[in-house]
Design a binder for this molecule. Structure first.
Ligand code: RP5
Length: 162
């Protein structure tokens, strides 16, 4: 985690989600976007969920990435309490391989949006990239860092050997 004031809040329903959400943190580190990371559970700490979401904007957060698995209410409930963009990451659950997480997060009623990413690591990585793109609308140096990441990815793909 960087020393500067966090612009992105990464929250998750359980410490068991941390290996997935670390993919988001790693990408934000790479793009030099300051973030914070903590466990906020819709079911186990509902009062914390409400206060975290309600206070996020005033604390300076600009995007929230919320990862949860199973009956994954966290992203939707956070979105209900803030107008900040909320990006939902479905965790790869054991019982239903993340399909439960995905459907819980993606099927929001009209009026309260959650930008839902892919299940698991790819979703977490892309949530960070999407959060960075949102911030880069008003941050030209960050936009250049995202472009550099894309260029590096392209170069690696072109130079890869099978
Ligand atoms: C959800 O329940 C969490 O997001 C996690 O994916 C799932 C299981 O949590 P643990 O029982 O591993 O703490 O709330």
């Amino acid at each position: 985690m960087t020393q500067r004031a966090p612009r992105v809040g990464i929250i998750m329903g359980s410490t068991s989600d941390a290996p997935t959400l670390r993919k988001a943190a790693e990408m934000l580190d790479r793009l030099e976007v300051p973030y914070e990371m903590r466990v906020v559970s819709a079911h186990r700490t509902p009062d914390l969920l409400f206060s975290y979401a309600a206070e996020a904007e005033a604390r300076g957060l600009q995007v929230i990435i919320a990862g949860a698995g199973g009956a994954a209410h966290l992203p939707g409930m956070v979105a209900a309490k803030t107008v900040l963009p909320v990006l939902g990451v479905p965790i790869l659950s054991h019982a239903l391989h993340g399909l439960d997480s995905l459907l819980s997060i993606v099927q929001m009623p009209g009026g309260i949006p959650v930008g839902t990413l892919a299940i698991g690591d790819a979703g977490a990585k892309n949530a960070a990239l999407l959060a960075a793109s949102i911030l880069a609308l008003h941050d030209a140096p960050l936009r250049e860092r995202i472009k550099a990441f894309r260029a590096e990815q392209t170069r690696a793909a072109l130079e890869s050997e099978v």
